[in-house]
Design a protein around this ligand. Structure first.
Ligand SMILES: [Zn+2]
Length: 362
């Protein structure tokens, strides 16, 4: 019976003419064009350093701290992007394999996140195990020759089939993740001036009250999942990436998460951040997908963190080939998200087309 749920859902939504199936016009988010660089920061004329944040696709970002470009960080991109119709009608029977050729073409089309840079990634930060964040990571493994992949134990178990072939190390972060001010967790030292803190997060429903593949992988797998539904959610984490760590402050804190979070988890995460050294600048990558499925998201987050700049993450329709011009993800009203963000940020926000860069000067 579960095989028919996907089909049933899509048919019902289609018959209902529901907004869940409609993509939005990208102009709403005015995304920075592929290959373009948008600079932000109010340090002129004495800017001494910068951080590049390169969009790779969906939840994938490459972080390039220019002080030391041998120590990059990444969140995993999505390139395969099975269509909604395939997920409803084909995936249950025939599965969905990562599109390795498309992945190679995408990397070639994005020199700012190409092979040379991927070899210098030291930390891959995985927020949860869903296919749109993890299915294409194994294809990138040969490029990630100096990386440690951080994620939940579910993420570790899902990637276990690559343990003897991938050059990376996988580290489960469940036990070092902060949950609240009383249990702030432990810093992961990526490099002397570069630290990461994993923080417990949650995942807004994908549709109705339903979170897809809402389960844990409880033992190491012997083969990668063949269906998108095999990529299980597991525990969900946000990450605070501290760049330019000093004794009592950090130059830039980048707060990333790849799903809209509940008010409770947002408040707890903010309380963890308050136990950490103060950041001179804070950048937040929010999750546009399903933002309206979590109460007061991203309002509470932006009110707590008062970031210097916001990036709209996970905004492209990931049921569409990334080789076509992007459109806004199905199921959200883009203008509503812009209005919410501008209430807190004014115009201090950016959406990036895949291959575009936000340069934070400091
Ligand atoms: Zn997800």
């Amino acid at each position: 019976m579960p095989r028919y749920w996907g089909l049933l859902c899509v048919l019902l939504l289609w018959l209902g003419g529901c907004h869940w199936l409609r993509t939005g016009r990208p102009e709403t988010f005015a995304p920075v064009a592929t290959h373009a660089v948008k600079a932000v920061g109010d340090c002129a004329p004495r800017c001494t350093d910068s951080l590049d944040i390169v969009a790779m696709g969906v939840g994938g970002y490459l972080m390039v701290p220019w002080r030391d470009t041998t120590q990059l960080l990444m969140t995993p991109p999505s390139f395969t992007n099975p269509t909604l119709w395939w997920m409803a009608l084909g995936d249950w029977w025939l599965g969905s394999a990562p599109d390795q050729q498309r992945t190679a073409r995408r990397l070639a089309a994005m020199p700012s996140a190409g092979t040379a840079r991927l070899s210098r990634v030291r930390a891959v930060l995985v927020g949860h195990g869903h296919y749109d964040h993890l299915m294409d990571l194994p294809t990138l493994a040969p490029q990630l020759t100096n990386a440690t992949v951080y994620g939940s134990s579910t993420v570790g178990h899902l990637l276990a089939p690559l343990a003897s072939t991938a050059p990376w190390r996988v580290a489960a972060i469940d036990s070092v993740a902060g949950t609240d001010a009383e249990h702030p967790g432990q810093a992961i030292v990526v490099a002397p001036h570069l630290r990461v803190r994993a923080i417990a997060w949650d995942h807004a429903p994908n549709i109705g009250n339903l979170v897809i593949a809402n389960d844990h992988e409880r033992a190491p797998r012997t083969s990668l999942p063949r269906s998108v539904h095999g990529w299980k959610l597991g525990r969900v984490h946000a990450y605070a990436i501290d760049i330019g760590v000093r004794t009592d402050s950090v130059d830039v804190r980048l707060f990333v998460h790849d799903a809209a979070g509940s008010p409770d988890v947002v408040r707890r995460a903010a309380s963890v951040l308050r136990t950490m050294p103060a950041a001179r600048r804070t950048i937040v990558i929010i999750a546009a997908a399903n933002f309206d499925q979590a109460h007061a998201y991203p309002d509470i987050l932006l009110a707590h963190l008062a970031p210097d700049h916001v990036i709209f993450g996970h905004w492209e329709d990931f049921f569409r080939s990334p080789e076509k011009p992007p459109r806004i993800v199905r199921g959200i009203r883009g203008t509503e998200l812009v209005q919410i963000v501008e209430r807190y940020q004014g115009k201090r926000w950016t959406a990036l087309s895949p291959g575009a860069t936000l340069r934070v000067k400091f």
